[in-house]
Design a protein around this ligand. Structure first.
Ligand code: GLN
Length: 388
């Protein structure tokens, strides 16, 4: 086995392996029900698979255009116009990416220069901070607070300086399951008005919102649309997280910079899947049915949690449910998540993984459970959690 003969000066000295990989591995080792990493345990539509096969057999197996297959960019433009009322030009304002994470990484790399400040809201999805640090940016943190977890816009405003380059936002929000209201868009628009700040808006759970809510997209707000890179994901929407296909919408000036980086990160995304998704998008019902589909799972999981010592926090969107374990004890969430996986046979994600320093108080006693699972899987997990 070859060994590198010198110390390696790491670009990311404080980063280990992502919590999602760590917990999924631990779940597999212990045969636990895996409610940690966010992915469905049920199949996607056979129609979608047939479409991929059709395009492969038809010979669409060479590079797609760098920005994405034209039919898919056109389908995404139609979808954005129908859902947000905003027209994005497929030629210059839409790029297909290898998943949401790549779109976020690419946006940050394209826009953040060394010393630029980037505001993030903690708990923050684990890929944002490393992307900022690799670009030489300075991470500036604001806190979201339970139970609503919506931004305290006055506190965010106090963090804005002439060096602020980006604000990174995420609604519906991973891990908290909170979702923005129209007032949040208005507040962010007011806060950035007259500045050159860009918003990177991670909206990969856009179609998973509950109780009749409307997804409040930065693409829906005319002023924010002018300064936002809006990120979406087919993995979340069509139950194919392993396909790693997403997209970014942005005004032409920003998208030109995004594509300069995109072409050297992945160049382009696999062709037959893009063409299949373009056809599949033709029926909006395929994504419009998602709120009802996931709301039933949320309700089933929350009803089951009520019979345990875990206390469910409100869940307005995403396929994640936060649960407080204050009634069980005060061990650190990482220790409890590991113990539950080994002993109770249920894997979850400790919410401290989304903070720079583990939070004190009630925010530090939370686990995240993914309910994108068959009813039988959720029932099995709930039976086990009831014994904890
Ligand atoms: N977004 C998924 C989650 O929050 C994980 C994706 C990943 O494993 N990188 O669980």
């Amino acid at each position: 086995m070859p060994r590198f003969p010198a110390p390696v000066a790491s670009r990311l000295p404080r980063v280990g392996t992502t919590i999602f990989t760590v917990m999924s591995r631990l779940a597999a080792e212990h045969g636990a029900v895996n409610l940690s990493q966010g992915y469905p345990d049920f199949g996607a539509s056979p129609r979608l698979f047939d479409l991929v096969a059709k395009h492969m057999h038809a010979g669409s197996n060479q590079y797609a255009p760098m920005a994405g297959a034209a039919p898919l960019r056109e389908a995404l433009a139609a979808k954005a116009e129908a859902t947000f009322g905003t027209r994005y030009d497929p030629e210059h304002e839409i790029t297909v990416t290898a998943g949401g994470t790549q779109a976020i990484y690419t946006a940050v790399t394209a826009l953040v220069r060394p010393g630029d400040e980037v505001i993030v809201l903690e708990p923050v999805y684990d890929s944002y901070v490393p992307a900022i640090e690799l670009a030489g940016g300075v991470v500036v943190r604001a806190r979201l607070r339970p139970p609503a977890w919506r931004p305290d816009w006055e506190a965010v405003r106090r963090l804005v300086t002439p060096r602020t380059r980006l604000v990174m936002v995420n609604s519906p929000h991973n891990p908290t399951g909170s979702a923005w209201e129209a007032a949040d868009l208005a507040a962010l628009a007011a806060l950035t008005r007259g500045t050159s700040i860009v918003v990177v808006s991670d909206e990969v759970y856009e179609h998973i919102v509950f109780d009749g809510r409307r997804h409040e997209s930065c693409a829906r707000h005319p002023e924010l649309a002018e300064r936002s890179v809006v990120v979406g994901s087919f993995g979340k929407t069509f139950h194919v997280t392993g396909w790693k296909v997403g997209w970014a919408l942005a005004p032409r000036e920003l998208m030109a910079e995004f594509r300069k980086v995109h072409q050297f990160v992945v160049f382009t995304v696999n062709t037959p899947v893009q063409l299949a998704l373009a056809e599949y998008l033709a029926e909006p019902a395929r994504y419009l049915e998602l709120p009802a589909f996931y709301q039933a799972k949320r309700d089933l999981f929350r009803a089951g949690l009520a019979a345990t010592r875990f206390r469910a926090l409100p869940c307005a969107g995403t396929y994640f449910q936060l649960a407080s374990y204050e009634a069980i004890g005060d061990e650190p969430d990482t220790a409890l998540a590991e113990r539950l996986t080994r002993q109770a046979g249920v894997a979850s994600i400790p919410v401290s993984a989304f903070y720079e320093a583990p939070p004190a108080g009630p925010e530090g006693r939370l686990l995240r459970f993914c309910f994108a699972k068959e009813a039988a899987t959720l029932s099995r997990a709930l039976e086990r959690l009831a014994r904890v």
